[in-house]
Design a protein around this ligand. Structure first.
Ligand code: NDP
Length: 483
């Protein structure tokens, strides 16, 4: 497959290059080979993108919602038709196994385009009768939205932000992570092909500095970031200076609580889905696995057995279900945490070896005997490291699960349904699961509480974050003024 894009950026309906921008080498995580080179956006490129987006947005907003939605739904169809190629590219960009990318990335992006394309025609304000007078509200777009993505889901993030933004009549400039610059360019191409006007959806490459200059530009009305909490704090502060709208999808250290009456195989399966998909590089992962005392030994034994059957190897092989980490830097971060876990007294049950081959490979890790104050139980690792923590009763585990700055996700496994709902109601997290983990259908709101974020992606809730209401009071009689 040709992995080198025609040019670094996609602006005003075409590929655009400016080689004076800093060089970014795109590395295939499975081999460490350079598979493409792009350049970071220069101020001239950023200016071009903002000017094009601004112009395109005005006409796009004048179209009916149904006509806008038709473009998005056509783009969804094209994405599904090209799922194979897009999935291969996603695997090159991220290293995630094709077995995953072929069902979770372009497909999820297409779901967002289809869902918000369907909603676009039914976006309305309301009518409020006040005697003879009345008020109506107009649901208007925000204008120019900037999307900034993390590297774990480059296609999905580009669509989860782009689809609701465009459905509501906005334009978008999307900046992918410098680690994974390839996939969003394809999303831009497909939207154009589906009939989006030139300039409506633009992609510019670059590091944090490019994101920062987009966020601070006074012509930008909204910023939607998917990234870590420290970056989120910076971007939120910069957006606040311009009173811009924000969506912040940030990191997590989510609890997965397994009671001793749970179905063991389901709980183990849930813990696997909560920790090892995408080699653990998922924001919502349930990395603090609290297991009730009576079940802990059996749980750890069965988890290790099942993890032993993971197929680690060539991500393009459809049999492979565990791939490398995204970069050498991320691998070093994860190795650092594994070393800390051992040094602080956790029991390394299995995994943590670096495979003796090129690329960024670490085998999946189970730590047992983890306690709340250990670094691996407090900080987001963003790698395949599962920590088992033992608990005795419900009140204790709720307090411990909530003792974190994060609040992205939480899960409960139990066969006692009253308890399941009681516990979930008390967990401080935005996206929760009962006897399941990490499902993210487009119909359901997704996002975090506490330091894990602001706003929600997906579902009808996202509409509130990409549109604003204008209130219009209509007086039907004469005006009575005091003087
Ligand atoms: P980072 O926070 O390092 O980067 C996120 C994005 O922000 C990147 O595109 C980055 O550019 C850009 N950026 C960095 N600094 C600035 C700045 N000052 N102004 C504007 N943009 C900036 O996150 P990672 O890419 O390392 O992704 C991993 C993190 O993302 C984890 O914490 C994870 O939990 C979180 N995440 C959250 C999700 C959610 O939905 N809640 C989903 C997926 C991931 P560059 O990379 O080029 O430096």
């Amino acid at each position: 497959m040709q992995t080198q894009p025609k040019a670094s950026h996609f602006i005003d309906g075409q590929y655009v290059e400016d080689t004076s921008g800093e060089l970014i080498e795109v590395v295939y995580p499975a081999t460490g080979e350079v598979i493409a080179k792009v350049h970071a956006a220069t101020p001239a490129i950023i200016e071009q993108a903002i000017t094009a987006a601004h112009r395109a947005q005005k006409d796009w907003a004048k179209m009916s919602g149904t006509a806008r939605g038709r473009v998005l739904r056509r783009a969804a169809d094209i994405m599904r038709e090209r799922n194979h190629d897009l999935s291969v590219l996603e695997t090159y960009d991220t290293g995630k196994p094709y077995q995953e990318t072929s069902v979770a990335d372009a497909t999820s992006g297409a779901d967002a385009l289809e869902y918000f394309g369907g909603l676009a025609g039914s976006l309305t304000g309301e009518h409020i009768q006040l005697g003879d007078d009345w008020v109506y509200t107009r649901r208007e777009p925000l204008g120019l939205c900037v999307g900034i993505g993390a590297w774990n889901y480059p296609t999905q993030i580009a669509c989860w932000k782009g689809a609701p933004a465009l459905a509501c009549g906005n334009a978008m400039i999307f900046k992918p992570s410098e680690n994974t610059p390839l996939c969003a360019l394809k999303v831009a191409e497909i939207l154009m092909e589906a009939g989006a006007p030139a300039g409506l959806y633009n992609v510019v490459q670059g590091m944090g500095a490019v994101g920062a200059s987009l966020v601070t530009d006074p012509r930008v009305d909204k910023v939607s970031l998917t990234g870590s909490v420290p970056t989120g704090k910076k971007v939120y502060a910069a957006a606040a200076a311009g009173i811009k709208h924000v969506t912040m999808e940030l990191g997590g250290k989510s609890p997965l609580v397994i009671f001793d009456d749970a179905n063991l195989e389901d709980a183990v399966g849930g813990a696997i889905l909560a920790n090892f998909y995408s080699s653990g590089q998922i924001c919502s992962n349930g990395t603090r696995v609290f297991v009730q005392k009576g079940l802990r030994a059996a749980f750890v034994k069965r988890l290790a057995e099942r993890l032993g059957t993971a197929v680690i190897g060539d991500p393009m092989d459809p049999e492979t279900n565990f791939g490398p980490l995204v970069s050498a830097r991320q691998m070093e971060i994860v190795q650092g945490y594994i070393a800390k876990g051992v040094a602080e007294g956790a029991t390394l049950v299995c995994g943590g070896e670096r495979l003796d081959k090129p690329g960024f490979w670490i085998t999946p890790v189970i730590f047992d005997g983890v306690t709340d104050e250990m670094t691996i139980a407090r900080e987001e690792i963003f790698g395949p490291v599962l920590s088992v923590l033992e608990f005795e009763d419900e009140d204790e585990v709720i307090a411990r699960a909530n003792a974190t700055e994060f609040g992205l996700s939480a899960g409960v496994f139990t066969n006692d349904f009253t308890r399941a709902h009681r516990v979930i109601a008390q967990l401080e997290a935005g996206t929760c699961f009962i006897n399941s983990y990490n499902d993210a259908p487009v119909e359901a709101p997704f996002g975090g509480m506490k330091n894990s974020g602001v706003g929600r992606e997906n579902s009808k809730a996202a509409i509130e974050h990409y549109s604003q209401l204008k209130t219009v009071y209509v007086r039907m009689g004469h005006v009575e003024a005091p003087y």
